[in-house]
Design a protein around this ligand. Structure first.
Ligand SMILES: [Cu+2]
Length: 106
């Protein structure tokens, strides 16, 4: 029992340490990006997973001039690699109130 708790805790720590070449996960549920803000090292790929029951979403880096990507549906994912240092706000195309931020460090 105690070992299981420690293992779960270690898995949690590992999942929050994101290094270059890794994939970082963002969940989408109940019209929220979870976590809302994520910090990754340059070269990391972020994978957004739609965990809604029915609702589609998109991940749109509108401010940096990206074209609006396709919507993706429950159980589908959207991936993007970040090779530039900076702070990149994004939103969901069909739901402008859904906001998130990717922070990329060296
Ligand atoms: Cu949405």
């Amino acid at each position: 029992m105690f070992n299981k708790v420690i293992l779960a805790f270690m898995a949690l720590i590992i999942s929050f340490t994101v290094n270059a070449g890794d994939v970082a996960d963002v969940s989408i549920k109940k019209f929220e990006f979870i976590p809302k803000e994520i910090t990754v090292k340059k070269g990391t790929k972020i994978r957004w997973t739609n965990n809604e029951k029915r609702q589609y979403h998109s991940v749109w880096f509108e401010e940096r001039g990206d074209p609006e990507p396709d919507y993706f549906f429950p159980e589908e994912t959207f991936e993007l690699e970040f090779n530039e240092v900076g702070t990149f706000p994004y939103r969901c195309g069909p739901h402008p109130e859904m906001l998130g931020t990717v922070i990329v460090t060296e």
